[in-house]
Design a protein around this ligand. Structure first.
Ligand code: SAH
Length: 266
């Protein structure tokens, strides 16, 4: 069981999506305990103000530190023990599958959702780590908190029914997933290439499990080599995969040499 506290000024942005799908079912089944905390509940003034103008001037508003400190004190008192406090921020370390795996091993995390120009710098005094979901700026930390929670939750044992499927997913071993097909065996499509019938690779319907496994390895490796060669350095490959990858690289080199020869003849 993992517990997650999310601090936000827009609780509805979190509560609605949490009710659906695999994460919703995990909460129902008691595998996850998620509490959404309205930052305004930790203000002490009549207008429940959470932001203020920046010292030194300039555009926008900054989230005040006191309500956040009070929220963290309340969470610490309720949960007991030291808190792992994660600040969502475009300035943070990049959130990846490796980070998700690490966080899924923790019993409890707090996610802070920023708004406006972000947090008063002194909030970082209470923060364990700062995570960014990518190099772009969003209007708030609610979507990043949901992204982090979703990626972490599906790694908590029991949350995704079929553990095998999690182990085979893209990134889990440092490779992109192989292509997947389901019924029907042929479908008519009008795509960029015009109207035609799209089939399913013969091997997948052959019933030959050794062949299917090999085909999937090859496709996963070919895809990773074509789209994300950067992943291959850190990927953990078995002997068969190492051999397939060598073959694919030789083919690739052969094609490039072939192209260069073609050019020379022009
Ligand atoms: N002025 C800030 C950006 C504030 S964006 C700066 O330049 O760093 C408002 C809030 O949205 C942030 O406090 C953070 O909680 C969230 N946010 C925006 N982009 C994000 C990203 N790429 N990853 C994680 N959180 C992000």
């Amino acid at each position: 069981m993992m517990t997650v506290d999310i601090v936000t000024i827009f609780p509805a942005m979190i509560e609605q999506p949490l009710a659906a799908g695999i994460v919703g079912r995990a909460i129902e089944r008691g595998l996850l305990d998620v509490k959404v905390r309205d930052l305004r509940d930790f203000t002490t003034d009549r207008h429940r103000v959470v932001d203020d103008v920046p010292y030194g001037g300039g555009p926008g508003m900054v989230l005040k530190p006191e309500p956040i400190f009070r929220a963290l004190d309340a969470i610490a008192a309720e949960r007991g023990g030291a808190l792992t406090v994660i600040m969502t921020s475009p300035q943070g370390r990049r959130f990846t599958q490796v980070e998700a795996e690490r966080l899924s091993g923790l019993q409890h995390i707090v996610l802070l959702c920023g708004r406006y120009e972000g947090f008063d710098e002194r909030v970082r005094d209470r923060v364990t780590e700062e995570l960014s979901i990518g190099d772009y700026v969003l209007t708030g930390g609610e979507l990043p908190a949901m992204v982090i929670l979703d990626a972490v939750a599906r790694l908590v044992p029991g949350v995704v029914g079929d553990e095998q499927s999690v182990a085979q997913d893209t990134f889990s071993r440092g490779l992109l997933n192989h292509p997947q097909y389901t019924r029907p065996a042929t479908i008519r499509s009008t795509g960029a290439a015009g109207e035609r019938d799209l089939g399913v690779p013969e091997v997948l319907m052959s019933g030959n499990h050794a062949e299917i496994r090999r085909w999937r390895k090859r496709e996963a490796l070919a895809r990773t080599l074509a789209r994300r060669p950067d992943l291959l350095d850190a990927a953990s490959l078995d002997e068969e995969e190492e051999r397939i990858l060598r073959e694919l690289r030789e083919l690739q080199d052969g094609r490039i040499e072939g192209l260069q020869e073609g050019k020379a003849e022009e």
